[in-house]
Write a new protein. Structure first.
Length: 133
């Protein structure tokens, strides 16, 4: 937890977002910096089903965390793309966020993201405890 009573979301995250209707979901990776509730970062994701193949897409994020609520906007490197708005709830422990994204007046869907490293840290701690005995 950060000093302002909320969660510190800084770190690496993996997630998935869904589309409306029958379109397949898409994964993403995020590197997030949380500075007393001000959220910035970079998202990298594979190209979507309707795009020609090519390198992964990148987007900058800018947002705010207030208590257990996270809101951010995703600005793609291709400025002609619509700008999705994300609204999510931070789950107990601060290592999972789920919620909804919207492109105002257009599409919407759900998303979930999980902080990387939690399981690895648990395994390292377990191995360290075993070695010390």
């Amino acid at each position: 937890m950060s000093g302002d009573g909320g969660f510190d979301l800084s770190g690496r995250w993996r997630g998935i977002f869904s589309y409306p209707s029958l379109f397949p979901p898409n994964g993403f990776e995020a590197e997030i910096r949380d500075s007393a509730g001000l959220i910035t970062g970079v998202i990298t994701q594979p190209r979507e089903f309707f795009e020609p193949s090519g390198p992964p897409r990148q987007a900058l994020i800018d947002g705010r965390r207030e208590g257990d609520i996270l809101n951010f906007v995703k600005f793609y490197d291709d400025l002609d793309r619509p700008t999705p708005h994300y609204h999510g709830r931070i789950q107990s422990g601060g290592d999972e966020v789920n919620g909804e994204w919207t492109i105002p007046g257009d599409w919407s869907g759900t998303f979930i993201m999980i902080r990387e490293g939690k399981e690895e840290a648990k395994e390292e701690r377990s191995v360290g405890e075993e070695v010390r005995t």
